[in-house]
Design a protein around this ligand. Structure first.
Ligand code: NCD
Ligand code: ZN
Length: 360
């Protein structure tokens, strides 16, 4: 592997928002050009909370053009106070439901139907633990008394730590982690606990978002934290720890919804995700750790085979487009990618043939 060309197993995105309709059609190609599989978040309006809704959403994704490449969406069910363990089990056994997603009520975009109190879903978690359905967690409390920058750390203490004890067989992924507290908790935790890390949380801290003016396109939840937290994330992502792996949390919103008095949370990074991860790993002298983070560790945690195809990355600077158009969006405009207008050193050159031999 030369320093200017990197061939890795085709990666997977273990946390992705694809939306629906025209937005789905606009953003799906940006993911499918690189990632072979993606865990698709269920926070549509209304949420994907039944097996029928998940199956129908999967059909809509599969029916949307992906530029001729193979791409497999892995579907999740949105847990609510009314979730039924029978429904989860039915969907899991049918191969429709890959995992369940916990949004604490009002913690983030479209979390209005989320769970108000963990006690309400204890019987659902018990069933998931029994049959082996992973729980994917938005790890923030939504208690208005808690400072927004502390909500992940407080969630770990108040909700996650007790849950890990109460359900000793439950497989849990703490999604899009943003703090050194999360790095430590997951890093020191049991083998059934893992975390995903986004490209933006590896690149951006709160100064990037707030110093010299407010940059709404860098606003997401959990919100980016102090530089020292970003450092902790960069260290663990490149460390070779098997329970930290790639999840972009690419979360497109129309420009008009981001640039307003109360702009919504979410960063659309799919057009630049693998390139951004490669740049960070390169900066840290850790390009040899990228393949495990992007293509092996997540699959291993979920008990899935590694993809046979490869992804070719080249050191070849390019400028990230200012917008991705959404058909029929009219005056609402398109979506603005992460790093729009900036030059990035790595480029995805394409998907390569199956690599059945040892990975160098
Ligand atoms: C996500 C979205 O827009 O759906 N937003 C975000 O800021 N990450 C929801 C989420 O994952 O929190
Ligand atoms: Zn998300």
């Amino acid at each position: 592997m030369s320093a200017d060309r990197l061939i890795i197993r085709r990666p997977d995105d273990w946390h992705l928002h694809l939306r629906d309709g025209a937005m789905l059609a606009a953003v799906l190609p940006a993911t499918a050009r690189g990632f072979a599989r993606a865990v698709v978040m269920p926070n549509l309006v209304p949420p994907v909370a039944t097996v029928a809704a998940a199956a129908a959403y999967r059909n809509r994704i599969n029916g949307t053009a992906k530029g001729g490449v193979r791409f497999t969406p892995l579907m999740t069910l949105y847990l609510t106070d009314a979730s039924d363990p029978e429904e989860v089990e039915k969907g899991f056994n049918a191969g429709v439901v890959f995992a369940c997603k916990l949004y604490p009520r009002d913690a983030t975009t479209n979390a209005q139907s989320g769970v108000t109190d963990m006690a309400r879903i204890a019987h659902v978690l018990a069933r998931m633990e029994e049959i082996g359905v992973p729980l994917l967690v938005h790890g923030e409390v939504s208690d208005p008394e808690v400072d927004v920058f502390d909500r992940e750390a407080v969630f770990i203490d108040r909700v996650l730590a007790p849950m890990i004890k109460d359900f000793p067989g439950l497989r849990v992924v703490l999604e899009h982690i943003t703090t050194s507290e999360a790095v430590d908790f997951v890093g020191d935790g049991p083998d059934r606990l893992a975390a995903t890390i986004t490209p933006h949380h590896l690149m951006v801290d709160r100064n990037h978002m707030l110093a010299g003016g407010i940059r709404p396109h860098l606003f997401c939840l959990p919100v980016v934290k102090r530089a020292r937290h970003r450092e902790a994330l960069r260290r663990i992502a490149t460390s070779g720890h098997r329970r930290f792996f790639l999840g972009t949390d690419s979360a497109p919103h129309a420009v008009a919804d981001k640039e307003q008095a109360c702009g919504c949370a979410g960063i659309f990074n799919a057009p630049v995700a693998m390139e951004a991860y490669a740049s960070v790993f390169d900066e840290l002298g850790a390009l040899d750790a990228l393949e495990n983070f992007a293509a092996h560790f997540g699959a291993a945690f979920y008990g899935l085979p590694v993809n046979e195809e490869t992804l070719i990355l080249e050191r070849d600077p390019w400028t990230v487009p200012e917008t991705v158009e959404v058909a029929g969006a009219g005056g609402r405009g398109g979506v603005r990618p992460f790093l729009a207008g900036e030059t990035i050193n790595w480029r995805v050159a394409g998907i390569g043939p199956p690599n059945k031999g040892p990975v160098l």
